[in-house]
Design a protein around this ligand. Structure first.
Ligand SMILES: C[C@@]1(CC(=O)O)c2cc3[nH]c(cc4nc(cc5[nH]c(cc(n2)[C@H]1CCC(=O)O)[C@@](C)(CC(=O)O)[C@@H]5CCC(=O)O)C(CC(=O)O)=C4CCC(=O)O)c(CCC(=O)O)c3CC(=O)O
Ligand SMILES: NC(=O)C1=CN([C@@H]2O[C@H](COP(=O)(O)OP(=O)(O)OC[C@H]3O[C@@H](n4cnc5c(N)ncnc54)[C@H](O)[C@@H]3O)[C@@H](O)[C@H]2O)C=CC1
Length: 215
């Protein structure tokens, strides 16, 4: 069985190639755009959403069939046509150029696969089944989405802010970890859920108190 290494990849500003203009190409393109990539789509036809992104300049559209030279200057490639032989050809060309490649109709040919995700601001929970069942990945994602609500976005923003302050002001690592862990606790999450407008100042107060010399 193939094994995978999960990682978060920074593709901001990276040129990516998507070949095909159907439903799956659209979903993969959305993910790439959300992550800040510069996407070129090669396909004679596009879904209405892809066509709209082409109109607004959010993607570059090459309105024709795939050619080998489409790979030039790209770091990451998605073979998203409904033609198995074309997708295999894209995999080979990507290999020759050392590009990461996802082949939507052939898990064994992928050098990376795309997980189902829940995002709450900076929080990203990703589910992969190693290609065994994307539908199960989707179902687990939906369960996680109902468990991890919108309040995590705010909690995480605040945690990042507080962590910066704690790192600057608390020299003892053990004490730093204690404070950070307390702020990450369930009570503060509940506070984010119940009092989103007040939680920030409350957290600052708590931290001021925790950092004051007499405590
Ligand atoms: C290997 C992988 C490669 C890759 O695409 O990265 C792959 C491959 C294949 N998918 C197929 C089918 C479907 N895929 C979906 C949906 C998603 N597929 C995604 C990922 C992956 N799909 C990677 C493995 C992920 C993992 O390890 O779990 C998700 C999670 C992420 C995304 O695409 O963004 C996204 C949900 C996103 C979301 O909801 O947010 C649906 C449901 C739908 O479309 O609504 C169906 C139809 C139902 C079914 O078959 O389950 C087929 C058979 C095609 C056929 O039979 O013709 C293949 C090829 C094969 O298995 O041979
Ligand atoms: N990985 C995944 O998440 C999923 C994969 N699939 C697989 O993906 C395949 C494609 O799915 P859809 O997007 O729904 O198909 P689709 O039929 O909607 O889109 C195929 C696209 O490929 C384009 N195309 C065909 N030949 C081309 C070429 N030589 N160069 C450039 N573009 C070309 C067509 O113009 C069309 O836009 C399915 O056949 C299925 O096997 C299906 C569902 C999910």
């Amino acid at each position: 069985m193939k094994k995978y290494y999960p990682m978060m990849v920074d593709i901001n500003g990276l040129r990516c190639l998507v070949v095909g203009g159907g439903k799956v190409a659209e979903r993969k393109t959305r993910g790439l755009l959300d992550a800040g990539a510069l996407v070129t789509v090669v396909s004679p036809k596009l879904t209405p959403q892809l066509a709209q992104w082409a109109d607004t300049g959010e993607i570059v559209w090459r309105r024709r069939l795939y050619r080998r030279e489409d790979h030039e200057g790209c770091r990451l490639v998605i073979a998203a046509t409904d033609q198995a032989e074309v997708n295999v050809q894209i995999r080979h060309e990507a290999d020759a150029r050392g590009q990461w490649v996802n082949v939507i109709d052939h898990p064994e040919l992928c050098t990376f696969t795309v997980p189902a995700t829940v995002t709450r601001g900076k929080l990203c929970i990703a589910v992969s089944t190693g290609g065994a069942s994307p539908s199960l990945a989707q179902m687990i994602r939906d369960q996680l989405a109902s468990m991890y609500g919108e309040e995590y976005e705010l909690h995480l923003e605040l945690l990042q802010e507080m962590r910066g302050i704690i790192q600057q002001r608390v020299p003892v690592p053990k004490e730093r970890y204690r404070l950070v862990k307390e702020l990450a606790g369930e009570e503060w999450l509940e506070e984010c859920r119940a009092n989103p407008e007040k939680v920030r100042s409350k957290m600052y107060q708590w931290l001021d108190h925790a950092l004051s010399p007499q405590t």
